[in-house]
Design a protein around this ligand. Structure first.
Ligand SMILES: Nc1ncnc2c1ncn2[C@@H]1O[C@H](COP(=O)(O)OP(=O)(O)OP(=O)(O)O)[C@@H](O)[C@H]1O
Ligand SMILES: [Mg+2]
Length: 258
């Protein structure tokens, strides 16, 4: 039976394009005919707000998935999912309460695998499940990595961003020791400014360091992303022919070929 591929979008560094990637690649996959579910795992709920799902107005969130007695219960998933017509995919919004999980799950046995177990309830209904992660290491990131089929690491094409990478690979290294199989990952260069020489040097360096673990697609700077999020829309709703929209389409093609 077909099962959804879980795409975890993560990097401990903030502001590198994780949420933009989760929302845009989710929309691109949906436009390619795939059934997509996006889970907002960030207490700041940026992906939800981007999609006009405001935390104060959403009764059920990913927090409820983590706190449920039976996280893999189909009834729970009926409650937490929102069909987002204009984006083209389903969403479970985030909540500020996700920040409490570190404490709430402290005593829970198998607390790192709650999400992986929970997703069993819906894996047959989707082709892709996209997880938007917060920019720090903690129980949410561990759950997202344990659930991942593919980890997508957006990296800003900036020298400082390269330094943050070590932290993420350290976390992955620790997890790989306890997981049945190592986490498979691909690096995605983001916020690339082709006019800046420093950007192209970082891209070269990254490509040399990462080799085949880097996507061929690079996401360039495009003001349309900020515009889209300000309007609460995915980029395909406001600028389907923009460079940014096309680049996420190319990324979706690469993901479908993984
Ligand atoms: N390719 C791009 N071109 C221009 N602006 C972009 C691009 N990608 C993202 N942005 C903008 O950069 C900012 C940070 O992006 P985003 O929220 O996706 O990053 P993030 O990694 O999820 O951040 P955080 O770590 O805070 O969750 C946002 O204002 C977003 O609109
Ligand atoms: Mg984000």
């Amino acid at each position: 039976m077909q099962r959804a591929v879980v795409l975890t979008i993560a990097n401990q560094k903030g502001g590198v394009g994780k949420t933009t990637t989760a929302v845009s690649v989710g929309a691109a996959l949906a436009r390619a005919g795939k059934r997509v579910l996006l889970l907002d795992l960030d207490p700041h709920a940026n992906a939800s707000i981007h999609l006009r799902l405001y935390p104060e107005e959403t009764p059920y969130t990913t927090y409820d998935v983590f706190m449920a007695q039976i996280p893999e219960s189909p009834a729970l998933w009926q409650q937490v999912r929102i069909v987002h017509e204009s984006a083209g995919f389903d969403v479970v919004p985030g909540s500020v309460r996700l920040a409490e999980l570190e404490i709430d799950l402290r005593e829970r046995p198998g607390k790192g695998a709650v999400l992986r177990t929970a997703l069993e309830a819906v894996r047959q209904e989707y082709d892709y499940i996209v997880l938007d992660c917060p920019p720090h290491v903690g129980i949410l990131l561990v759950n997202a990595l344990v659930a991942a089929d593919w980890l997508i690491i957006p990296i800003q094409t900036d020298f400082l961003a390269l330094h943050g990478l070590k932290l993420l690979f350290d976390t992955i290294g620790v997890l790989n020791k306890i997981l049945p199989a190592p986490v498979r990952y691909r690096v995605l260069p983001t916020l690339y400014d082709k006019r800046a020489g420093a950007c192209s040097r970082v891209l070269e360096l990254l490509s040399r360091k990462m080799g085949h673990s880097m996507f061929a697609t690079t996401i360039g700077m495009d003001t349309r992303f900020r515009e889209a999020s300000a309007h609460g829309r995915v980029i395909y709703e406001i600028a389907p022919n923009s460079r940014g929209a096309k680049q996420y389409e190319a990324l979706a093609q690469e993901i479908m070929a993984l």
